[in-house]
Write a protein that binds this ligand. Sequence first.
Ligand code: FAD
Length: 289
Amino acid sequence: MESQKQFKRRFSFEFFPPKTDQGKEKLQAVRNQLAEVNPDFFSVTFGAGGSTRDRTIETVLNLHKQGISTAPHLSCVGGTRAEIGELLDLYKENGINRIVALRGDLPSGMGASGELRYANELVEFIREHSGDHFNLEVAAYPEFHPQARNAEEDLKNFARKVQAGANSAITQYFFNADSYFYFIDRLEKMGVTIPVVPGIMPIVNFSSLVRFSDMCGAEIPRWIRKQLEAYGDDTDSIRKFGEEVVTEMCEKLLKAGAPGLHFYTLNQAEPSISIWKNLGISDREKIAF
Ligand code: FAD
């Protein structure tokens, strides 16, 4: 973990672009609540194949102009260089200086894969098109990407994104800190040293967590799964247990030198803010670990 300790810690919250007016209002309220704890930035997801393109743009620009730096996610799957270039120019003109660059997953049956096949090609294209204007974040998978041929190949593919010009990374969520420590250790041995910020998923709903984790290849350890199952419909107990487990993992990560945390909020303020407050992150100077 030595490589990670040199980096300044940063803390961020991720949203998805709302579909309805009601969703927009809710996100505005969530944004206001989260802005109070002074995060380093917000980020907004992008539906692969451009399915949320306009909503992502609208949400990013709206959040950004309210004073907290906001980073759009941008996935290349299903897109052309010209379309991606246009989007990059629009973000640059509007003062956006950070992008989360991804391959994305094309929903089955949805068209061709596009001109750029992998995230390393997207990073390379962004550098060609926009030079060093953007701070580029890429995705990292401490438990390995579900489509990776094997762990070694996945690590090499991660290194390709760094070689192409990524500045830092955000991980897929995990509930086992050792997978993150091991991942960093492997990167260090390969000489890859960029900040790799753990992505944190607060636990609020058991069935949706299981569904989502199966899809993205994140493992829910048996002891957590069993305990959550035992709570059944008792959402208060699920939240309380989830908050405790995730807070403890975050403490362990920060103590070991993780360079910050990125919260997958799912457009809810409470679950992330409770963990944030337990950790005392707002007072970054005095943070106890
Ligand atoms: P890549 O880094 O391209 O990797 C994808 C797979 O291909 C891996 O198995 C890798 O080993 C392999 N690979 C990579 N490069 C090569 C190569 N050159 N040759 C051969 N094989 C290669 N999805 C969205 O649709 N919208 C979002 O907003 C979004 N935000 C995300 C944010 C974070 C922080 C994370 C962790 C994920 C996010 N995702 C999002 C999900 C992501 O798009 C999927 O996990 C997707 O399957 C992989 O994207 P990637 O950028 O990691 O792809």
